[in-house]
Write a protein that binds this ligand. Structure first.
Ligand code: ADP
Ligand code: MG
Length: 332
């Protein structure tokens, strides 16, 4: 069996205990469409890292390799409290890898699947952290292109005023930029199309505002429990992103102030020029709509999966929301 085969088609446990590029693999954390992520030990610095091994077919794609090298350098150069620090990116035996900070906790995908939609104040807190990361990346000339709940990692915060600390990860690692039809040339699925901007679909040049769109889809989902567009198949979904109006958030989450609807309409505008110029501008408008919008801003009704105690004040700092608790369990 060659090394490539053993890395990706074997059982998850197969690599545990092995050394790759100076890292000892300890445990598989998870796998997406194009990579496997392990908890590993950096044997030089004696520290725990997350080691991401990219699928071999990506290493063979020149466009991807160039972008991988360029953007992992660019991402590593950004020192930001809400961007997962990249320690090293390289190649060994034809396998591209990235070593980065190991974030104990959960990603937002798992969190939403487990807990359902977030209380509005929590959603806005999480959104503000992701927005600051995206805006910082944009200031460095970097567009993420694959903002989605799986790329947002949630860990324990510093105190009860900051119950969670959120990290954005995976800059420049999307396959969507290689194929806009949902499948690569080898017929492998690209990943979710729930957060893809209209201009990405139509193959126009993308800039920071494509991330504003994807990010707004994610924030919508944290509040509604589902992304703005739900269709039976990929083509219908791509069509909806390009031509359909997003359903008002208040239809899915009646307790939210009606002022939030125009905020999402603007963030999810089909034309990039019509969107908020930055992610933090969007979050500021959302925060004003959900908290400062007069009496309606304070009204909320429990939604599916919303575990906050009835009557609990949205802005009361103590105690941390119950949804956060299981997230902090250390990985076995
Ligand atoms: N730095 C990290 N620390 C801890 N877990 C991580 C880290 N990076 C990624 N993960 C986890 O690894 C899993 C797989 O990630 P990935 O291959 O990027 O797939 P996707 O982004 O499609 O979920 C995800 O569940 C994510 O939570
Ligand atoms: Mg990812």
């Amino acid at each position: 069996m060659n090394r490539e085969t053993s890395l990706f088609s074997g059982r998850p446990s197969e690599l545990v205990g092995q050394q790759i590029a100076g890292y000892r693999i300890e445990q598989e954390i998870g796998r997406g469409g194009m990579a496997v992520v392990y908890r590993a030990r950096d044997l030089r610095l004696e520290r725990t890292v997350a080691l991401k091994l990219l699928a071999p077919e990506l290493a063979r794609n020149d466009t991807f390799r160039r972008r991988f090298t360029h953007e992992s350098r660019a991402a590593a150069a950004i020192d930001h409290p809400h961007i997962v620090p990249v320690f090293e990116a390289g190649e060994t035996d034809g396998v591209l890898y990235i070593a980065m900070r190991y974030v104990a906790g959960s990603d937002l995908r798992h969190l939403l699947d487990r807990e359902g939609p977030l209380p509005p104040a929590t959603a806005v807190r999480v959104a503000a952290q992701v927005a600051s990361a995206l805006d910082a990346a944009h200031d460095h000339g970097l567009v993420h292109r694959d903002v989605k709940p799986g790329n947002i990692l949630v860990s324990r915060g510093t105190d009860s005023d900051h119950p969670e600390h959120v990290y954005l990860t995976d800059f420049g690692l999307t396959k969507k930029s290689l194929s806009l039809t949902g499948f690569t040339t080898v017929g492998q699925f690209v990943g979710t199309l729930d957060y893809v901007a209209p201009e990405q679909i139509s193959g126009k040049p993308v800039d920071a505002r494509c991330d504003v769109y994807g990010f707004a889809c994610v924030v919508y989902e944290t509040l509604a429990g589902h992304p703005p567009f739900r269709r039976d198949d990929d083509m219908a979904l791509l069509w909806a992103h390009q031509y359909d109006d997003p359903p008002p958030l208040t239809e899915a989450r009646p307790g939210i102030a009606a002022q939030a609807d125009p905020v999402f309409a603007k963030a999810l505008a089909k034309r990039p020029d019509d969107r908020y110029p930055s992610c933090l501008d969007f979050v500021a408008a959302l925060r004003a709509a959900t908290t400062g919008g007069g009496p309606a801003g304070a009204v909320r009704t429990p939604a599916r999966g919303d575990r906050q105690r009835p009557g609990a004040g949205e802005e009361r700092p103590q105690p941390p929301p119950r949804w956060a608790e299981p997230v902090f369990l250390p990985r076995p």
